[in-house]
Design a protein around this ligand. Structure first.
Ligand SMILES: [Fe+2]
Length: 274
C-alpha cells in the first residue's frame, strides 16, 4: 500500500510539475529500495502439512494455535524489536546468527532487549525448526528406516541403539520442570541429549557449555504443545510423539549440522531477514 501511495505521488508530481522522465525513473527506483528496506523482516514459515495430519498425537486445533498464535507471535515480536532498534548491523544477521549471539555480549542490546530477543528470537527459531521435524502420523517419514546410515551409526555409538536414544530423550523431556525443549544435538565429540528452559536453544552463547551444540531434533515440551491433546499427561505425549517424527528431516539436519550449514536447519528463506 505504501508503495502504491508513493507511486501515485510520483505520477502526480510528474503530471503537474513536469519532472523529467529520467528523474521520475530515479525516484521510482529510490522509493522501491526504501520500501524494500522498511518492509524487511523475518517470515513465518507456513505449516508444512494439514493441521489435522498429526492427529491423534497433536490435534488440528493444537497445531493451529501453536503456529498461528505462539509461533507467529515470536516472529512478529522479533521483527518489532529489530525495527525499534533500527540497527542495520542487527538486521544484517540471520535468525540463526542472532540466536547464537544471545548472551555473547556482541549484540549491543540493553539487557531487557536481549532478554526479549532471547525469548522471541529463540521462539521463532525453535518453532521454525519444530515444524520441519514433524511429519503426518505414521507416514513414511516417521519410519525408523528413514534414519540415514551415518546418523544411525552415530546414535549407536552413543546409546547402543535408536530405542535407547529415544528412551533417554523421553526421560529427559519428562523430567524437564516447567516449559522448555529436549534436544538431540551434535557436539564436537558426538551426539548428546540436552534440555533447555523456555525458548533457549543449544546454539545460544548463554547456554552452559555442556548443553551447547547444533540441534538436529527437538521436542517442544511447553504445555501449549500437548495440553489440548493430552491434558496434564506429558509422559503420554512424549511416549506417542514418535509417530509424528520426520526421521528423514532429522537425517538431513544431521548432514547440514556436520557441514556447518546452520541456515538449512530452519530453511534459508526463513533464516534471512528480508
Ligand atoms: Fe511451542
Amino acid at each position: 500500500p505504501l508503495f502504491f501511495v508513493i507511486a501515485v505521488v510520483i505520477v502526480y508530481i510528474y503530471r503537474h510539475f513536469g519532472i523529467r522522465k529520467d528523474a521520475m525513473i530515479l525516484l521510482t527506483v529510490i522509493s522501491t529500495l526504501l520500501w524494500a528496506a522498511v518492509s524487511a523482516d523475518f517470515q513465518l514459515p507456513p505449516l508444512p502439512f494439514e493441521p489435522s495430519a498429526t492427529e491423534p498425537v497433536i490435534s488440528a486445533q493444537a497445531n493451529k494455535f501453536h503456529h498461528d498464535n505462539h509461533h507467529a507471535g515470536y516472529v512478529s515480536n522479533t521483527n518489532k524489536l529489530l525495527e525499534e532498534e533500527g540497527d542495520q548491523k542487527l538486521k544484517s544477521y540471520t535468525l540463526s546468527e542472532l540466536v547464537a549471539k544471545v548472551g555473547s555480549g556482541k549484540l549491543g542490546l540493553e539487557e531487557s532487549k536481549e532478554q526479549k530477543l532471547r525469548n522471541n528470537g529463540g521462539g521463532a527459531w525453535n518453532h521454525a525448526f519444530w515444524w520441519r521435524v514433524l511429519a503426518p502420523y505414521d507416514s513414511e517419514e516417521t519410519k525408523l528406516g528413514q534414519i540415514s546410515d551415518d546418523l544411525a551409526e552415530a546414535i549407536e555409538d552413543e546409546w547402543g541403539s535408536v530405542d535407547e536414544m529415544i528412551d533417554e530423550m523421553k526421560t529427559k523431556a519428562n523430567k524437564l520442570f516447567g516449559s522448555g525443549w529436549a534436544w538431540l544435538i551434535i557436539k564436537e565429540d558426538g551426539l548428546a541429549i540436552v534440555t533447555t528452559p523456555n525458548q533457549d536453544n543449544p546454539l545460544m552463547s548463554l547456554v552452559p557449555d555442556e548443553k551447547q551444540g547444533v540441534p538436529i531434533f527437538g521436542i517442544d515440551v511447553w504445555e501449549h504443545a500437548f495440553y489440548l491433546t493430552y491434558g496434564p499427561m506429558k509422559p503420554k505425549f512424549t511416549e506417542d510423539f514418535w509417530h509424528v517424527v520426520d526421521w528423514d528431516q532429522v537425517s538431513k539436519n544431521y548432514q547440514a549440522a556436520k557441514k556447518g550449514n546452520i541456515e538449512d536447519l530452519i530453511g534459508k528463506e526463513f533464516d534471512e531477514y528480508k
